[in-house]
Write a protein that binds this ligand. Structure first.
Ligand SMILES: Cc1ncc(C[n+]2csc(CCOP(=O)(O)OP(=O)(O)O)c2C)c(N)n1
Ligand SMILES: [Mg+2]
Length: 356
């Protein structure tokens, strides 16, 4: 796959049209690999759809959906090795599931339970980052640190179009390029930063153009094509592992779900674009590709979905069976010597929660 010059804004694609025109294959991927990617997509889709239901039932707190963005996450994870680092934003909250993290752990994060904060070393997945772009320098530092130790691990940071306007993005990208850190910067350009459209976010013609300013290769891919993401991230990972530094990957998508459970996109979004994005969503596109290749049957699709649903059923059950965390945890690690007002706040909190 060529590294695109910044003036080339064409989208890399592997999956063709519904009739198969334009279908390609990715070097080195077996039928079993393709089915594993399918399981990942179904798992993420199921996690996302169930989470919206759990939110409506009052079983998890506010939630940021990633419906339609599963291809970006699954494509990227399948391009990494298990020992490579992943730095997710809130939009990729469940990416750890693809490394074997229990669903209960992620659900507990959205329930505000302490067990939702995992040890990043365990799955090589950093904590979910809510402040926009602050995980980019963390990922750059982790990647550089690994290189200094002589390891051949790569770090992947996933963030949105809005993150590219933040100082932290600039600092992380610039640092990684200067130090030739083994980093992949994966931007999910879903055209919206909450209600701010891309046109109000940047004057650049395309986000991929930012790469040239940092002196790194950039590539633009169809973010609803899991194999194109895998191919682009795979090339970026290979380059990073060879010691050739970071790559910026712009995965172009459209946000087909609200920003989060507290959002009303009807007030600002283009309903025709949402309709189109829902029609061309990534799981259906990949299932069409697998069926054309003779790899996916109705039975297999059904059983994969049933497995994922069971995993979520178990996950929410396990999360709800845990004892609630003690509210003092909110205060305990904030100050070495807490001001007296905090003790009063804690007493008040215990009183309103009925002594919990
Ligand atoms: C530093 C910082 N500023 C503002 C916010 C509030 N905020 C939450 S989500 C969001 C939009 C981010 O958009 P984008 O980077 O495109 O990611 P997306 O939500 O589309 O995945 C903003 C501004 C924040 N979380 N952190
Ligand atoms: Mg966005």
């Amino acid at each position: 796959m060529p590294v695109l010059p910044s003036s080339d804004h064409s989208l890399l694609r592997v999956i063709g049209d519904a009739d198969g025109a334009g279908d390609r294959t990715v070097d080195g991927l077996t039928g079993d690999d393709l089915l594993a990617i399918h399981r990942s997509l179904v798992l993420l889709r199921t996690y996302d759809e169930r989470s919206v239901v759990y939110h409506r039932q009052g079983r998890i707190g506010t939630y940021a959906m990633f419906w339609g963005h599963e291809a970006i996450q699954a494509g990227a994870v399948h391009a990494l090795r298990e020992r490579d680092w992943i730095f997710p934003s809130y939009r990729e909250s469940a990416i750890g599931l693809l490394r074997g993290m229990p669903a209960a752990t992620v659900l507990q994060w959205w329930r505000g339970h302490p067990s939702g904060w995992w040890n990043p070393q365990r799955w090589r997945v950093a904590s979910i980052c809510v402040p926009i772009a602050t995980h980019v320098p963390h990922a750059a530092g982790a990647a550089w640190g690994a290189a200094l130790r002589g390891e051949d691990t790569v770090a992947l940071a996933v963030f949105g179009d809005g993150a590219t306007s933040e100082g932290a993005f600039h600092e992380g990208a610039n640092f990684a390029a200067v130090m030739q850190a083994p980093l992949v910067l994966l931007c999910n350009n879903n055209q919206w930063a909450l209600s701010t459209p891309l046109s109000a976010q940047t004057a650049a013609t395309a986000l991929v153009d930012k790469a040239v300013g940092y002196g790194m290769p950039g590539v633009r891919v169809d973010g609803t094509d899991v194999l194109a993401v895998l191919e682009a991230v795979g090339d970026a990972v290979a380059r990073a592992r060879r010691g050739e530094g970071p790559t910026f990957v712009e995965a172009v998508s459209y946000r087909a779900a609200p920003h989060g459970t507290a959002d009303h996109p009807e007030a600002y979004i283009d309903p025709a674009r949402v309709e189109e994005a829902r029609r061309d969503e990534c799981l259906g596109r990949f299932e069409g590709y697998l069926r054309r290749a003779g790899l996916l049957t109705d039975d297999r699709a059904e059983s994969t979905r049933a497995e994922a649903l069971e995993l979520l059923r178990e996950g929410i059950g396990a999360a709800e069976a845990e004892e609630p965390g003690d509210v003092s945890l909110v205060f305990d690690t904030a100050y070495a010597e807490p001001p007296p007002a905090l003790a009063r706040d804690l007493d008040e909190l215990r009183r309103v929660r009925g002594g919990a």
